[in-house]
Design a protein around this ligand. Sequence first.
Ligand SMILES: Cc1cc2nc3c(=O)[nH]c(=O)nc-3n(C[C@H](O)[C@H](O)[C@H](O)COP(=O)(O)OP(=O)(O)OC[C@H]3O[C@@H](n4cnc5c(N)ncnc54)[C@H](O)[C@@H]3O)c2cc1C
Length: 390
Amino acid sequence: MSIRREFEVAVVGLGGIGSSATYWASKRAGADVLGLERFELGHERGASQDHSRLIRLSYHTPNYVRFAQDAYRAWAEVEEECAERIVLKTGGVDLYPESAFGWMDDYTTSLDEVGLPYEWMGGDELMRRWPQWIVSPEVRVMFQADTGIVAAATANAAHRRLAERAGATLVDQARVTTIREAGGLYELETEAGTFRAERVILAADAWTNELLEPLWRPISLTVTQEQVHYYASRDLEAFAPERFPVWIWMGVPSFYGFPAFGESGAKIGQDVGGAVVTGDTRSFEPDPAYAARLDAFMKDHLPGGFGPYLKRKTCLYTMTPDRDFVIDLVPGHDRIALGQGAAHAMKFASVFGRSLVELVFDGAAASDISAWSLDRDVLTMTDPPKSFWM
Ligand SMILES: Cc1cc2nc3c(=O)[nH]c(=O)nc-3n(C[C@H](O)[C@H](O)[C@H](O)COP(=O)(O)OP(=O)(O)OC[C@H]3O[C@@H](n4cnc5c(N)ncnc54)[C@H](O)[C@@H]3O)c2cc1C
């Protein structure tokens, strides 16, 4: 059977954000949606494929808090349609060691401005409520009840399945090599032949500049190889999702972790701890120094969650210099949108994809995405100041 070649909208890159875009596009254009992925669907070479990602309303600026509210609502819609659980609220604790006290205000001010509840406690109270923790009594802890887990791999598969159910065509092993205007359409040359579309959504994350540079100019992106560990936790019961909230250690270095979800043991990662790589030069080998940091944190602070490795997994972070998103039309192309998630976007993936679809169809998004434009100076400076802290 010959494959269809012309569509109303094409989505390039079917990770978390692109898969979402195919779903939301299929609600607008039904079978007139094409998704193109350079590897196999659900592959592990990008950023989105693991059991769990953190979702939270607690963010450092009000626009992220509001976008996170939109994200929870968008996930609820997807859950209803796919009849699967994607978001699991476990509650979440942000732990501030003394050296990080200066950052607490950004979070409380943002939550206050949007009118959302949270609770402060000291290290003693944390250990009373969750004896899994060992921390200094000086640690300040913010609890927010809506924080939880996005079942990332489940979500990505659900988005794609719903898109296909609506008639979308998803093609894997189809790396897009060139995008050009031709006769009022965009022509996408791929390893699986040439396709044409009226509108294009780019969601290529670590490979963004390969597509963006020929259309406009490259932006400053730093790609790092991060890693997460799952342990056969000594006290598995204490790390069940209903007993143990997800957590972020807001220090330098910063760590985060999960109860047992998807594997039979606790999970930990570090925020921005890995070597600079590219999507093509990264390895899949865990880094011993990185591993030692994760293990030491578990032994010191969550000893019951520690144990032999169940699984260690590497993954790519792709970050803008200010760690802010890009959700915008590409200058000079009012029917090509670019999404870049700055290595904290899985929680937003559904509303992120929906916003990209709205941009290419309506020229504007329902959510407030005004802070995440492509033409902000820091993206195109030759040697921009970089601040990956959020
Ligand atoms: C270890 C780790 C922990 C994280 N923790 C969290 C968290 O707790 N909460 C959170 O919200 N976020 C978290 N993130 C960040 C989040 O996972 C990413 O921001 C998000 O998954 C990015 O999605 P994406 O679709 O842009 O990227 P990807 O999933 O990488 O998808 C990009 C896709 O584009 C494809 N592609 C690239 N170029 C082409 C081309 N030319 N043609 C066709 N296809 C192409 C790639 O193959 C890939 O499939 C974490 C990331 C990592 C690595």
